[in-house]
Design a protein around this ligand. Structure first.
Ligand SMILES: NC(=O)c1ccc[n+]([C@@H]2O[C@H](COP(=O)([O-])OP(=O)(O)OC[C@H]3O[C@@H](n4cnc5c(N)ncnc54)[C@H](OP(=O)(O)O)[C@@H]3O)[C@@H](O)[C@H]2O)c1
Length: 228
């Protein structure tokens, strides 16, 4: 039997992260999953099998060290999915009113924590010719009113990914706009989340990316799904 591959997925207790964890679990991956709420995370791990829940905040260096240890103990990593994210200030403010402390905290979750996990896992990922999947948003590239703070963090995550792909040609680095999804985050943004498709649709598109291993670059879940 082929050796199981191992992935770390952040923000896997609900929404897109949970849906992607379910996809990869069905494909036989070992999973290390993270979120802050330990009970919600344990429930997902129990459902998945072959999943190790490690609860904590991705902005906490001690917690990130625990994640890295868990991934290595499970024989990985072959894949790092930086999915955990925050909107920052809600209700979403115009830039004129954006509290800077909130914005700095959002950069911590959406940009600096993903980079820190990349830095910690790069030696292993290089050795295993692994992959990094960073979850972005159309807000990174569109001029939507009130989405400026969040959009800035996702734009930074995209450029981080872009440069990383150039610096690490032996790896796959994908950054993906998953499209609107019916999740707590979209609800918290004040959008009509019930009108959006479920995260399972985007997760199926991301699975395709992980399975097919196309070149590093920016992808949209809608295009990946359409290419089926
Ligand atoms: N929903 C959309 O329409 C949409 C559109 C474009 C892009 N995205 C992106 O897609 C990704 C997933 O979003 P989603 O809609 O699935 O959000 P969600 O339903 O709110 O889920 C977010 C997940 O991240 C975890 N999380 C949040 N902050 C964390 C932290 N500091 N440390 C560790 N875990 C943390 C949450 O669990 P805890 O709260 O327990 O920590 C939860 O498991 C995000 O990067 C988001 O920006 C979403």
């Amino acid at each position: 039997m082929a050796e199981r591959r191992t992935a770390l997925i952040t923000g896997a207790s609900r929404g897109l992260g949970r849906a992607l964890a379910r996809e990869l679990a069905r494909d036989g991956w070992n999973l290390i999953i993270n979120a802050r709420d330990p009970d919600a995370l344990a429930a997902v791990a129990g459902e998945l099998g072959h999943a190790t829940p490690v609860a904590g905040d991705v902005t906490d260096p001690g917690h990130r060290a625990a994640l890295v240890r868990a991934v290595r103990e499970r024989g990985g990593p072959d894949l790092l999915v930086n999915n955990a994210g925050t909107l920052g200030t809600t209700p979403l403010p115009r830039l004129a009113d954006q509290p800077l402390d909130d914005l700095a905290a959002a950069f911590g979750v959406n940009v600096l924590a993903p980079l820190a996990l990349v830095q910690a896992l790069l030696p292993d990922l290089r050795e295993r010719r692994g992959a990094i999947l960073n979850i972005s948003s159309d807000a990174a590239v569109e001029g939507y009113r009130t989405w400026g703070g969040y959009g800035m963090t996702k734009a930074a995550l995209e450029q981080l990914s872009n440069v990383l792909a150039a610096e690490e040609p032996g790896l796959r680095v994908w950054w993906v706009d998953p499209g609107e999804m019916r999740t707590d985050m979209l609800r918290a943004a004040g959008e009509d989340a019930d009108a959006a498709p479920p995260p399972e649709e985007s997760a199926a598109a991301l699975r395709r990316l992980i399975t097919d291993r196309p070149p590093s670059g920016r992808y949209r879940a809608a295009d990946l799904a359409g290419a089926r």
